[in-house]
Design a protein. Structure first.
Length: 299
């Protein structure tokens, strides 16, 4: 049987510069900015703890992060404002399991994935948090992970802005302020690919598409996501791949050419020697990427 042809329109989106003195903040899915020169961060006003029950972290991320989704988590940390004598959750960092093991083993080939290495999949602070909050919060998280036996963390910064079909900006693109501030290793870009952007500005991930095509566990959730946007429900006996193609076209999805997110790696240890003993599977690049990549990538 020939492959099902994708009929969605293609779109090239400009990237944002990846180094900036601005720090990204969020509230109810809307972004804001805090400038590092404004400072104002006082560590005495905050504390960081593991969130043992996933539900509060998930609720916070779903309420405030632009993605509107919660990833497979191994551990989640909360940043709390304790200045008024109460613990008010103002930030969440989620570390867990990537879609593919290679996400971890490619940059950190000698660490056991999931037990010695994790991916940082969500990191969100409210707009009330002052500049420099995120580097302090992240440093606390990395120290806690080291206590748990984690020796390496991988994270990605996506420089491509996200807009709804009507042009409303929902994500301005990630800047790399936090990575430079915490001495992460820049390990080049992830693989260039085509991503499917839904009308609300969120990405319909290839893993969700595969679940539908193969009718794997979780395909109902992925199908419901498209049905909620206006796709017809699949008929009994229909080809799932054909339904997916038609559903994506029906909701007005777009193909976006993506040059690959910027990949960053933290090697964890009590001192510099311990950190440098962890071998990288990818070349470390310096300096950090600054301007947007002007070169088109062929697909």
């Amino acid at each position: 049987m020939p492959p099902i042809q994708d009929t969605l329109p293609f779109e090239d989106l400009p990237e944002v510069p990846t180094v900036s003195p601005w720090c990204q903040r969020w509230r109810e899915g809307r972004h804001a900015w805090a400038h590092v020169r404004d400072g104002g961060f006082d560590a005495r006003r905050y504390t960081v703890d593991v969130i043992p029950d996933e539900e509060p972290a998930k609720k916070f991320v779903l309420a405030h992060h632009y993605s509107g989704s919660y990833p497979a988590a191994t551990v989640q940390f909360g940043m709390y404002n304790i200045a008024d004598g109460e613990r008010q959750l103002c930030g969440v960092a989620v570390f867990g399991v990537p879609v593919s093991t290679a996400v971890l083993t490619k940059p950190l080939p000698e660490l056991r994935p999931f037990t010695e290495s994790l991916v940082c999949s969500r990191f969100v602070l409210l707009d009330e948090c002052p500049g420099n909050s995120e580097s302090w919060f992240l440093a606390k998280c990395l120290n806690r992970l080291l206590d748990r036996g984690i020796r390496g963390v991988v994270s990605f910064a996506d420089p491509v802005p996200r807009r709804t079909a009507s042009g409303v900006l929902v994500m301005p693109g990630h800047v790399d302020t936090i990575y430079a501030a915490t001495n992460a290793v820049y390990a080049s870009r992830a693989t260039a690919r085509t991503v499917k952007l839904l009308p609300d500005g969120t990405v319909f991930h290839e893993r969700a598409a595969q679940k539908i095509r193969r009718q794997e566990q979780g395909h109902q959730y992925a199908e419901a996501q498209l049905i909620a946007l206006g796709a017809p429900a699949p008929r009994a006996g229909c080809d799932p791949a054909v339904w997916l193609r038609d559903a994506l076209a029906a909701v007005g999805a777009r193909n976006v050419r993506h040059r690959g997110a910027h990949r960053f790696v933290w090697r964890l240890g009590r001192n510099r020697r311990e950190r440098e003993q962890i071998r990288l599977g990818l070349p470390a690049h310096r300096p950090y990427p600054k301007p947007a990549d002007p070169e088109p990538i062929g697909f």
